[in-house]
Ligand binder design. Structure first.
Ligand SMILES: *Cc1c(COP(=O)(O)O)cnc(C)c1O
Length: 360
């Protein structure tokens, strides 16, 4: 079967050239006579892979020298606990901006460990917008401020970095990882699951300022202690070797197309094609306010459940898969991460136009 256009929110599409390279190296990586899946994580070959991946993270994101880059496991969801255990270590207070389900899950987990305050939230409209915050909103003695930069389920994204003054800022960037340039120096910690934009599932990349590390609570499980991973080059235990290898290939691909400036341009172009059509359509409607629209996740509705089911089924039959929206929003969602080619979005919009004509 021909490859389809996969609009899944995650795990999601990977660049075809990356998959081809992985296929070509499957049985014999670089003259080792083994697959990366089979090699010791202590081998020279794998050492080269993980160091190469870290170097690319640093280069592509311009990570300042006083930040550690760690490859860890457990998904973004495990970091929801690791973050308070590692960083809620002064006043025991953390402030949250709540813009969707993932921020809420992080809040719920952090509440087990200390005094969490919701400083701003868009829950009042089921997260259709990004609330504005200012420095005075945050408690000056908070150990950190936490937010989720791109809201995978609701399709909103922060177009500004919250000003928290001296309070460390921590962001979940899972669904906008490496999609556009980001000034890492504005953050104390940035982390994301890899399966949206960077690799297959099984890997989280944590970028943390050095002064944040080394102050984890005593009860912190060793595997959740970021200092342990930083001190051991992300090899305290067996890392997800193959996923890290895939991550390296994806980062090489990002670099090869011109880095994050080029990625951003490409992502803006794709998103514009889809949003412009949604704005002109009489059948389909976007669900979030225009100024906070995500470049990565585009939810939309028809407003008639049967018609939506018909659209999703016909789209899948035509080679546009995983367009069903999250159960909390309903309707449809097209996730158009880095790996989605411009042509995939153009063809989807063509298909939507035809569907609209046929069902007017
Ligand atoms: C997918 C996602 C998560 C959850 O990731 P897991 O790896 O499944 O734990 C968390 N935050 C955001 C923004 C996501 O998109």
């Amino acid at each position: 079967m021909a490859r389809v256009y996969n609009f899944s929110a995650g795990p999601s599409m990977l660049p075809e050239s990356v998959l081809n390279k992985a296929a070509a190296e499957m049985l014999d990586y670089n003259g080792t006579g083994t697959s990366v899946m089979e090699m010791s994580h202590r081998s020279k070959a794998f050492q080269g892979i993980i160091e190469g991946a870290e170097a690319l993270v640093r280069e592509i994101y311009n990570v300042p020298d006083n930040y550690k880059v760690m490859f860890v496991q457990g998904g973004a969801s495990t970091q929801f606990a690791a973050i308070p255990l590692n960083f809620m270590n002064g006043s025991g207070k953390a402030d949250f901006i709540i813009t969707g389900r993932w921020a809420n899950m992080a809040l719920k987990e952090a509440k087990r460990y200390g005094d969490c305050k919701v400083v701003a939230s868009s829950e009042d409209t089921t997260f259709t917008y990004i609330p504005k915050t200012k420095r005075e909103d945050f408690r000056p003695d908070a150990d950190y401020v936490y937010y989720c930069m791109n809201n995978t389920i609701y399709g909103t994204t922060f177009k500004y970095i919250p000003d928290t003054g001296d309070i460390p800022l921590i962001a979940d960037v899972s669904s906008c990882f490496f999609s556009e340039p980001l000034d890492i120096s504005k953050f104390a910690v940035v982390y994301g699951g890899a399966q949206k934009n960077v690799a297959p599932a099984g890997l989280v990349i944590v970028i943390a300022r050095e002064d944040m590390l080394g102050k984890a609570r005593d009860i912190t499980p060793t595997m959740l202690n970021y200092q342990v991973h930083a001190d051991n080059g992300s090899m305290y235990n067996t890392p997800p070797c193959y996923t890290i290898y895939m991550c390296k290939l994806v980062l090489e691909w990002i670099k090869s197309i011109g880095g994050l400036e080029a990625m951003k341009e490409r992502n803006e172009k794709k998103a514009k094609i889809l949003y412009d059509y949604l704005d002109s359509s009489k059948l389909f409607k976007g669900t979030v306010v225009k100024e906070d629209r995500s470049l990565m996740n585009v939810p939309f509705v028809i407003g008639d459940k049967d018609m939506e089911a018909k659209f999703i089924a016909e789209a899948a039959a035509a080679g546009f898969i995983n367009l069903k929206g999250h159960k909390t929003v309903g309707g449809m969602r097209a996730s158009i991460y880095n790996a989605m080619p411009v042509e995939g979005v153009e063809k989807l919009v063509e298909f939507m136009k035809k569907f609209e004509e046929a069902n007017a």
